[in-house]
Design a protein around this ligand. Structure first.
Ligand SMILES: Cc1cc2nc3c(=O)[nH]c(=O)nc-3n(C[C@H](O)[C@H](O)[C@H](O)COP(=O)(O)OP(=O)(O)OC[C@H]3O[C@@H](n4cnc5c(N)ncnc54)[C@H](O)[C@@H]3O)c2cc1C
Length: 485
């Protein structure tokens, strides 16, 4: 096992994609999962705080410590099994999503969770319940986790299989591989019905596996996961549409979403509906000079397609495009893998350019990860947009609009603007919660969003979450400072 303590060598572990910074004494890079338990046991006995690093693409400071040590999963990157017959894979937590997707494609299999940042690790995805464009049709990471092997704060390892251990009479009970018993109090909390990555998952009768998904490294280090797979769709229809009028684009989103969810047209069943506002297009123009002039909004739409239906699907979309006056000459249709990758690059570029912009200008981005119930979404979008326009801040909006999920990124250039952005951010969170939504649909709380969690949950709910943490990590050793203030 590699142990790094040289300041320059560990520098890259001391921040994440949010440009949140911290410090640590050393970084352990285990190569075998057994080594993780030993590190945790030693740290637990010595009272040394441990943070967990995946690929550092997180946007909330979750992997960034304020002292103590870091365990990096980068070398725990083996794909242990891909079972074509039963359609599952067993992977170590450091496997990079992009590598996993490639490996599966070669075997005609499919793992739908696809956060835009494909360089993230499976462990990071599970611990944040990551989601992405395809979540619209296929759901978030949680829906694909069949079993987990987790190293707990005290160094004990537990293997949990979905469908075996449930909350009963207010507790989840399980034993570690060495037979140590854990008795965890679980009081159900009121969770939003939207996509959600804020706080622990706590429901009556819940599965123990769900407790660890989205727990942001606070309850254990995920070592291995068994993941559900689907057959690889025969093909994908992928297209980027441009609209002169943003309101028309929003109406298009509403109709496509409704059609897909409620099967109103047998050939329309989108898997992704992604939105880009005018400022996003301006941000992207240097990299994509062929963005048509004068267009103010873009939507990226995908649908899985089987050969036999492809003509009918294309026809159904063409009719829909015509109904909304979309100039089909300007639509970027992806007809093969290469063109599809270009559209995926377009989607990735917008978030990446924001991350690069904040690093280059050394500013602190104030970015929302808010989702609200579908019936509240368009009012909510206008509320966000009006607030941003009135603030005078530079901002850009994109997001997973199929899931009523908005990334509004405010880009303050000085301290005064930063203060204004934070005030607006708080207002937007309050409005999302009022609408029955979440302050974090996919990025988690980490250290950056902790103060807003109490807008969503009552003191009692937060105390219940802390009781879970205390039952599994009696010394508050694992990722201290994540989720809770
Ligand atoms: C350009 C860009 C686009 C993005 N788009 C999306 C998106 O569409 N959807 C989305 O959900 N996210 C998105 N993200 C955020 C990020 O990619 C995800 O949160 C991702 O899941 C983080 O994975 P990671 O391996 O980089 O984790 P890290 O950043 O290293 O860590 C994130 C958190 O997970 C914990 N963690 C990591 N590994 C483990 C483990 N094995 N066991 C326990 N805890 C662990 C860490 O301690 C930390 O709290 C984006 C980020 C960027 C920069």
């Amino acid at each position: 096992m590699l142990v790094k303590s040289d300041k320059n060598e560990i520098l890259s572990y001391l921040s994440d994609a949010a440009n949140f910074r911290g410090n640590a004494e050393k970084v352990y890079v285990p190569e075998k999962i057994e080594e993780v338990s030993r590190i945790l046991q030693e740290c637990f006995e010595a009272g040394t705080p441990v943070h967990i690093s995946g690929m550092g693409t997180g946007l909330t400071g979750g992997r960034v410590p304020a002292g103590g040590v870091i365990v990096s999963t980068e070398k725990l990157n083996r794909i242990i099994e891909i079972n074509k017959t039963e359609k599952f894979a067993i992977v170590e937590s450091g496997v990079i999503l992009e590598d996993f997707h490639k490996e599966l494609k070669d075997q005609n299999l499919y793992y739908p969770p696809d956060p835009t940042e494909q360089c993230s690790s499976i462990g990071g995805n599970i611990s944040n319940n990551a989601s992405g464009a395809k979540t619209f049709k296929f759901g978030p990471t949680r829906d694909y986790v069949l079993a987990l092997e987790v190293s707990l704060a005290d160094g004990e390892t537990v293997h949990l299989t979905r469908g075996e251990v449930f909350e009963k009479d207010g507790f989840i009970d399980f034993k570690s591989k060495n037979g140590r018993a854990y008795h965890i109090p679980v009081e159900p909390v009121n969770m939003p019905t939207t996509k959600n990555a804020a706080g622990y998952y706590m429901r009556k009768g819940m599965d123990a596996v769900d407790l660890f998904i989205g727990s942001e490294g606070t309850l254990g280090i995920i070592l291995q996961a068994k993941l559900k797979l689907l057959p690889l769709p025969e093909d994908f229809l992928s297209m980027l549409l441009f609209f002169e009028d943003e309101n028309v684009a929003l109406k298009f989103v509403a109709e496509l979403r409704d059609s897909s969810r409620n099967k109103k047209n047998e050939y329309i069943d989108a898997l992704a509906i992604e939105f880009f506002d005018w400022n996003s297009l301006e941000f992207l123009r240097d990299d994509f000079p062929n963005i048509p002039e004068g267009e103010r909004t873009a939507l990226w739409i995908e649908q899985d397609v089987s050969g036999a239906e492809s003509d009918n699907i294309l026809l159904a979309y063409t009719e829909l495009l015509e109904k909304y006056g979309v100039d089909t000459e300007e639509v970027w249709f992806a007809t093969g893998d290469k063109e599809r990758r270009e559209l995926i690059r377009f989607r990735h570029a917008v978030s990446q350019k924001v991350s690069d912009f904040i690093s280059r200008n050394n500013i602190r981005k104030v970015g929302t990860d808010l989702a609200v119930p579908d019936d509240k979404f368009f009012d909510f979008y206008h509320f966000c947009k009006n607030g941003s326009e009135h603030s005078g801040l530079k901002f850009i909006v994109y997001g997973h609009f199929g899931n009523s999920h908005i990334h509004l990124n405010m880009l303050p250039s000085n301290e005064d603007e930063y203060r204004i952005a934070k005030e607006l951010y708080r207002e937007l969170c309050a409005e999302a919660v009022k609408a029955g939504g979440t302050i974090s649909a996919e990025h988690g709380i980490g250290k950056i969003k902790r103060e807003y969690l109490k807008m969503m949950y009552s003191d009692r709910d937060l105390e219940s979450m802390k009781k879970i943490k205390a039952a599994l990590d009696t010394k508050n050793n694992l990722s201290p400072g994540n989720i809770f203030l």
